[in-house]
Design a protein around this ligand. Sequence first.
Ligand SMILES: Nc1ncnc2c1ncn2[C@@H]1O[C@H](COP(=O)(O)OP(=O)(O)OP(=O)(O)O)[C@@H](O)[C@H]1O
Ligand SMILES: [Mg+2]
Length: 261
Amino acid sequence: MPMPTSSPDIATPGAGSTGSDASVASVASIVFSLHGVTKTYQMGEVEVHALSDVDLELRAGEFLVLLGASGSGKSTLLNILGGLDTPTAGTLHYLDHDLTHAGDLALTRFRREHVGFVFQFYNLIPSLTALENVQLVTEISDDPMSAVDALSMVGLQDRLHHFPAQLSGGEQQRVAIARAIAKRPDLLLCDEPTGALDFRTGKLVLQVLERVNRELGTTTAIITHNAAIAGMADRVVYLSSGRIVRIESNAHRVSPEEIEW
Ligand SMILES: Nc1ncnc2c1ncn2[C@@H]1O[C@H](COP(=O)(O)OP(=O)(O)OP(=O)(O)O)[C@@H](O)[C@H]1O
Ligand SMILES: [Mg+2]
């Protein structure tokens, strides 16, 4: 399994060796595999090829960055990985689950048990506090961390009772990250998580994502338009016109603090 059986105590970050550090990615097993994945939308007479013949394997614990021009298929790929969408052709496996022909029920279960999502806009419920927004998820999960621990992990232990309108954009995004990680997902999928944030705030959010990946061993994929972020990744996947045109491995991951853009 991609998650360590004994997760590090998130209340004492950095305590001891967790066995789930970034180096896992280089030797880790494959958790996700896509082969020949194609997604075609029929728009009247016109076929839109959002993805064409995509092969990709995700390794346990790795940090992946997806780059590509607008319309290149990044969100389509992420949505298929997360079970929000299904391919038109090709195969899709998560560990020993064959998701290729999964129906709505199976996909819903897959998402609930294994996937955390973070989007550009935070989708928090305005009438609930930060704590309550995260508790919505912890109450329906099998083995969640506490909502307070999740919010502490993103540095918001002093903002538990703030409503979204009382939080900055970066803080709201960190609540959204806490919500996504509270159920201890195996896979964390982020679609332009810093897209609505300024440089300084975006960096803070990236630090949180890097920390979650390092301390919890969560396999993480991030879409961005910002090529500077690629340095943070174990591997960088470049998409163009619905195809993966290049995958680069970074020998060393750059910490978000060192990234400039
Ligand atoms: N529901 C849909 N119906 C029809 N076409 C779609 C649909 N969703 C996406 N597409 C098309 O598929 C292609 C890939 O879209 P996708 O959203 O994956 O791109 P993207 O790389 O995420 O772009 P951006 O950086 O702008 O978010 C685009 O040409 C888009 O117009
Ligand atoms: Mg997109």
